[in-house]
Design a protein around this ligand. Structure first.
Ligand SMILES: [Cu+2]
Length: 167
C-alpha cells in the first residue's frame, strides 16, 4: 500500500459545508440555491452502523460481496480491534484474495492507517487495527476495503468503502 497522502473524493464535502453555513449566515436565498442540498443537511452521512454488526456491500465489478466488521462492539478508539472482511460470490466463500483495509476520515488527513488481512478460512479475512482518537473530536471514519485476485494479470484492486461513526 502506498504511503503517500491520498485525497479521497469525499474530501470536498467540508468546504461545501462551510460554504453552506456561510450562505445561511448571509441570509442570501439566491446563494443557497447554488449550494447542493445534501450539504445543508449537516454532517456527511454514514452508510454503516459499525456497532450493529457486519456491513455488507458489493465490490465493484467482481460479483463479490464484502462484509466488513470491527470487533469488539461497541467499537472504540485506541484499542486493538479485530478487523474482519468476509468475501462471498453467490453465497460461496471466496478464499484466494489479497485483502487490505485502510482507515481514513472524510474531509481530513489523518496518519496513514492500513492493515493487510489474512485469510482465516471460509472466506473470512482477519487482521488487527487501531483507530486513533481524532484531535478535532470528529468520530466519522471510513474504511476502504481493497481486494485483489492473484489471477488478475495486471494486479488490479477492487474496492468498496464503509463510512461509520464511533460512539
Ligand atoms: Cu481526524
Amino acid at each position: 500500500m502506498s504511503g503517500g497522502v491520498t485525497v479521497e473524493p469525499a474530501a470536498g464535502r467540508r468546504p461545501a459545508l462551510r460554504l453552506a453555513r456561510g450562505a445561511a449566515l448571509c441570509s442570501l436565498a439566491w446563494m443557497l440555491a447554488m449550494v447542493p442540498l445534501p450539504s445543508l443537511a449537516g454532517a456527511p452521512e454514514t452508510d454503516c452502523d459499525i456497532d450493529r454488526g457486519a456491513c455488507t456491500r458489493p465490490l465493484a465489478d467482481t460479483g463479490i460481496t464484502a462484509a466488513f466488521e470491527l470487533l469488539p462492539r461497541p467499537v472504540q478508539v485506541m484499542r486493538n480491534l479485530s478487523c474482519r472482511v468476509v468475501l462471498q460470490r453467490g453465497g460461496v466463500p471466496v478464499t484466494d484474495r489479497a485483502v487490505r483495509v485502510r482507515f481514513t476520515m472524510p474531509g481530513m488527513y489523518m496518519a496513514e492507517n492500513a492493515v493487510a488481512l489474512r485469510h482465516a478460512g471460509g472466506g473470512r479475512y482477519e487482521g488487527t487495527a487501531v483507530i486513533v482518537r481524532c484531535p478535532t473530536g470528529s468520530n466519522l471514519w471510513r474504511a476502504d476495503v481493497r481486494v485483489r485476485s492473484p489471477s488478475d494479470p495486471i494486479g488490479r484492486w477492487s474496492g468498496v468503502s464503509y463510512t461509520f461513526r464511533l460512539n
